[in-house]
Design a binder for this molecule. Structure first.
Ligand code: PAF
Length: 283
């Protein structure tokens, strides 16, 4: 048996536990998640461990970042396995609040980052980033970590949250962590477990398409040409329903269709009912 690790459901219990950790001289790291943990999440936990932070993992499938048409009810929920994975990875505390704990009756505040949320995923998921910024703002306030760790697979999410932290003067260091991939290149995602074996077989094409696009950029091509290369690659796989392919400035997320570096190439596509996203940065 490894160490025991509390699973807490209330904000007041979490605050008390963190107070104790602070009194013991610990710095605090937060890894916010929606559970269904995979190697990508575990790499965030490992990054926090490396810094020696008292490691808090939040597990909360946040309803406000799903639109009524999206997969809130079918989003994978594997709390028991997640808690065990956090314990095994050296987590110090799991915070798994109920929806009522986070959004009690009468809750009516939204934290919104403008501009950065309008393109890419924001264009197809209206209200999504308002849900993300609101819940992460609450989590940062509840835990008050020194550092918070996020995966770069959700590139726009990281840029939006970093802006929120700057704009609201939240005293936390935002730590971006590289996308973790399966051996065949597929970016790890909790949603991958919804893929059928056939969809799983073609899913790595998304990453390969981005590699084809980044090769165009490396050869001196424009953003527009890179997008066309990604599009052409994906058109060979009729299973994909592409939502967007974009080349953007990594800081402003504005389209970078001509030359100019660095560039983030980003893509979103459906395989069946499962929406996958991925991105690659070219410097
Ligand atoms: O990336 C996620 O898992 C979620 O969007 C987050 C940051 C935990 C907010 O619910």
């Amino acid at each position: 048996m490894g160490h025991s690790m509390p699973l807490l459901h209330s904000i007041s219990e979490v605050r008390a536990a963190i107070r104790q950790a602070r009194l013991a001289g610990r710095t605090v790291g937060l890894v916010p998640t929606m559970g269904a943990l995979h190697e990508g999440h575990l790499s965030l936990l490992a990054a926090a461990r490396e810094r020696g932070d008292f490691l808090v993992v939040s597990i909360f499938v946040n309803p406000t970042q799903f639109s009524p048409r999206e997969d809130f009810t079918t989003y994978p929920r594997t709390l028991e396995a997640d808690v065990e994975a956090c314990r095994a990875a050296g987590g110090d505390l799991v915070f798994a609040p109920s929806v009522e704990e986070m959004y009690p009756a009468g809750f009516c505040t939204t934290v919104r980052v403008q501009g950065l949320t309008e393109g890419l995923c924001g264009r197809f998921r209206p209200g999504h980033f308002d849900g993300v910024t609101t819940v992460v703002c609450k989590l940062l306030d509840i835990v008050q970590p020194d550092r918070a760790y996020f995966g770069l697979k959700d590139y726009q999410q990281f840029v939006v949250l970093r802006r929120m932290v700057l704009d609201l003067d939240l005293p936390v260091e935002m730590v971006p962590c590289p996308t973790v991939r399966e051996a065949d290149g597929l970016a790890m995602s909790s949603r991958n477990r919804h893929l059928t074996p056939e969809q799983r077989r073609v899913a790595p094409r998304l990453h390969q398409a981005l590699q084809a696009g980044s090769e165009v950029l490396r050869q001196g091509g424009t953003g527009e040409q890179a997008i066309a290369a990604v599009q052409e690659f994906l058109s060979k796989e009729p299973e994909f329903r592409v939502q967007y392919i974009e080349a953007v400035n990594p800081e402003t997320l504005e389209p970078r269709l001509q030359t100019g570096r660095p560039v983030v190439l980003a893509v979103a596509a459906y395989l069946g009912e499962t929406r996958l996203i991925d991105n690659l940065r070219v410097d």
